[in-house]
Design a protein around this ligand. Structure first.
Ligand SMILES: NC(=O)c1ccc[n+]([C@@H]2O[C@H](COP(=O)([O-])OP(=O)(O)OC[C@H]3O[C@@H](n4cnc5c(N)ncnc54)[C@H](OP(=O)(O)O)[C@@H]3O)[C@@H](O)[C@H]2O)c1
Length: 218
């Protein structure tokens, strides 16, 4: 599949690298074509790896990953361009974390709304699916690095788009029984509101910085 990964950070690198290793054609997008991080990644990742502006990446792709901070995701998507986004699946892995007031960061949107829904409202013809925002980048693409059974969540209004994302998650190593479809995109609220608790767990435990939720039921 032709995939745009919008974001040159840790998450963009983890996802773009894994997708290329799986045989997908990936363009890493950033604010300007020629971005050194994007160019360096493309230069060392083989013939299926490219770098470009957000717009170039989105135009090239069938599926788009939003791997930008939730606070700037609308700006990044505006640069990508409505015409390059419409009709496509957008996997939103972002979190709306605002660190301007210090640590821990606060959520810029929560409870009655989410960044995923904000994106969906701004781009009604884009097929937004929320997933992977609840785990660290290494775990996103290698769930087997953690022992035992654990879960990944998914939310979205378009069942076909969720099937496509579920397929990608399975390529990453997530087993179908642990890909939890929570329903419509409003379920992204809970997925994003996990972050304050995630951050507290992260700072509270000195070891084991990679962890995840495993649902245990009778
Ligand atoms: N880190 C994790 O393990 C983890 C886990 C789960 C979810 N997440 C979420 O995944 C997302 C990506 O995280 P990250 O740490 O990889 O990202 P990051 O390094 O904080 O963000 C990098 C990207 O944001 C773009 N950007 C910065 N300011 C911008 C602006 N004003 N307008 C448009 N684009 C702008 C940058 O563009 P340039 O390339 O042009 O500089 C770059 O591509 C975040 O929402 C984060 O909360 C992270």
């Amino acid at each position: 599949m032709k995939i745009a990964v919008l974001g040159t950070g840790m998450v963009g690198h983890a996802l773009a690298g894994k997708l290329v290793s799986l045989g997908h054609e990936v363009t890493m997008g950033s604010r300007e074509s020629g971005n050194p991080k994007g160019e360096a990644w493309a230069g060392q990742s083989g013939p299926n790896a490219r770098a470009g502006s957000f717009a170039q990446a989105a135009a090239f792709s069938e599926l788009i990953v939003n791997a930008t901070p939730g606070t700037v995701s609308l700006a990044a998507l505006a640069e990508a361009g409505t015409e390059n986004l419409n009709g496509k699946v957008l996997l939103d892995v972002s979190n709306p974390l605002d660190s301007s007031g210090g640590f821990p960061p606060s959520l810029t949107v929560c409870n009655t709304d989410s960044i995923a829904e904000t994106i969906q409202r701004s781009y009604p013809e884009v097929r937004v699916v929320k997933s992977l925002n609840t785990v660290s980048a290494p775990v996103m693409v290698d769930p087997g690095m953690l022992p035992g059974a654990h879960d990944i969540f998914m939310a979205g209004n378009d069942q076909g788009a969720k099937s496509i994302v579920s397929g990608l998650l399975q390529e990453f190593g997530w087993s179908p029984g642990h890909i939890r479809d929570l329903g419509g995109l409003d379920a992204a609220r809970g997925m994003e509101m996990w972050l304050p608790l995630w951050l507290r767990i992260f700072i509270q435990q000195p070891q084991g910085k990679m962890f995840n939720i495993g649902i245990i039921s009778e």
